[in-house]
Design a protein around this ligand. Sequence first.
Ligand code: GLP
Length: 257
Amino acid sequence: MVRIYHGETYEAMSLRAAHIIAAEIHHNPACVLGLATGSSPVGTYKNLVTWVKNGELSFKDVQTVNLDEYKGLAPDHDQSYRYFMDTNLFNHVDIDPANTRVPNGLAEDLAAECAAYDEMIASLGYADLQLLGVGNNGHIGFNEPDDHFIKETRVVDLAPSTIEANARFFASADDVPKQALSMGIGCIMAARRILLIASGESKAQAIYDAFCGPITPKCPASILQLHKDVVVVADRAALSKMLEAGATVAENGLVTI
Ligand code: GLP
């Protein structure tokens, strides 16, 4: 079941998403959070950091598993997802660094790294709450549009549109790694709850396709229609296609398709 909430702006989306994550931690202080990178969750993480600094929230016993990492980037490379997580969240909250996990993009044996990542997530009992962004092409993690859904964590080739979209973070498109390690659809779907956030016009088609279109690996996020507990929080621009198609927003922000 998918519930979609409208937040007028990026800030409103980020606040609503942060409340959902904080509620998960309040319910279960030792929860397993699946975490995401990209520009979408930056505001969400800022709110969480503020609440930890104010003493309203603690990550003391929280476990985290991240979705993905670029192949070939060292953890201290300023565009690696490990660096992103450290600088946007982990370094500013009371989490035990040993409880944070991001795939190792420098692993010598990448197949073994990916298999071990899946085993590690299974041994944690899978995520209690998995945070997701979405790519312009509907990717989740780095599960790109394909002919089939792939369950396992693995090395993926990034789609040209993903390389182009992520070039804004690098000196040029040539500097964007062409491959990444990505959690597969299996671990994502095994999460107890999923929270997907989306902001901006560039996500409008992906959001429409994911939740109003057919379930197809051509739009990987569409598989979320089969999950029993998904909340989507999106701003007006990201919902624009859905709203044009006749979706309505209730006073509490709930969107009816
Ligand atoms: C990236 C990440 C995804 C992220 C997506 C959207 O490439 N691998 O996990 O959700 O693309 O990124 P952004 O939030 O910057 O638009």
